[in-house]
Design a protein around this ligand. Structure first.
Ligand SMILES: [Zn+2]
Length: 279
């Protein structure tokens, strides 16, 4: 009897105290989860509603693609910009970042993918902006002859980062006739990169049946550039990846002109960037 009590008493005590502790532990963690959840919810709700009014002013003034959207699409465009800017960081080297820089980076990112559904960039975490062009060592020294790069998709230790010249980024939106936009150019390289190769063949955005026709079109286009018989800029003749981006810049900057002058190229790029148009 004595022995039984001795055995059962501590055992019962232990069980009930352990249950009691477990209830406290569970309650404690539930409260923490609730607290963190509520905090995040209020943070997200608060952030998702804030789109600075100056975004619309900047976009209306400088971004042709945006100007051509209807009111509902403009709202969606800004919403997609906000989601993009929530996900990536922007660093400014030797200058103070302004809202217009953020707007131009986000617009460059959203323009090429605006007609896709539920697109999210997965191969970029940040954008580093230099005040002007920079060199291949990413230096921004005093020797201006050295600085010839306006933008690039980072590799190696800069993997998943994009480097942009602020001057080139602004020029891309402020000059409306030159069919050129460095920001859009670099984001198109990122789209090209999603299949593993920056090679001018957008496997993820063109159906398999269009790859050969696209290669033919691209090679004809590069040949015309290199024979000085094209209004696409010379850089597009250097390699396939650059032809794809240079032609795409033209598509987004001067769509009507491209459709008139290069209807086949226009049709192929429209298939790539506006895949649901015929629906
Ligand atoms: Zn390029």
């Amino acid at each position: 009897m004595f022995e039984k009590v001795l055995i059962s008493l501590p055992s019962n005590t232990l069980n009930s105290s352990s249950d009691f502790n477990m209830i406290y532990v569970a309650l404690f963690f539930t409260l923490i989860i609730l607290f963190v959840g509520l905090r995040n919810k209020s943070k997200n709700t608060r952030e998702s509603k804030i789109i600075p009014t100056e975004w619309n002013e900047i976009l209306e003034k400088h971004v042709r693609f945006y100007q051509l959207l209807n009111a509902e699409e403009k709202q969606l465009f800004q919403e997609q910009m906000r989601v993009f800017l929530d996900e990536i960081y922007i660093d400014a080297v030797q200058f103070e970042l302004e809202e217009v820089d953020r707007v131009f980076v986000a617009a460059s990112a959203i323009i090429p993918v605006f007609r896709f559904r539920n697109w999210q960039y997965t191969n970029i975490t940040g954008v580093i902006i230099y005040p002007d062009n920079f060199n291949e060592n990413l230096g921004f020294g005093s020797d201006s002859e050295d600085r010839w790069i306006a933008g690039m998709v980072g590799t190696g230790k800069y993997e998943n980062q994009m480097l942009l010249s602020r001057k080139a980024l602004h020029h891309g939106f402020k000059n409306k006739t030159d069919k050129r936009n460095t920001g859009i150019h670099e984001f198109i390289h990122l789209l090209d990169k999603t299949d593993g190769n920056i090679d001018g063949i957008p496997h993820n955005f063109l159906g398999q049946e269009y790859i050969i026709p696209w290669l033919n079109l691209m090679h004809q286009g590069m040949e015309a550039i290199n024979k000085d018989q094209s209004d696409l800029r010379n850089y597009g003749g250097t390699k396939q990846a650059e032809f794809f981006t240079v032609a795409s810049e033209y598509f987004f900057e001067r769509p009507k002109l491209l459709r008139r002058k290069h209807p086949d190229l226009y049709a192929m790029l429209e298939r790539c960037y506006d895949p649901y148009k015929s629906e």
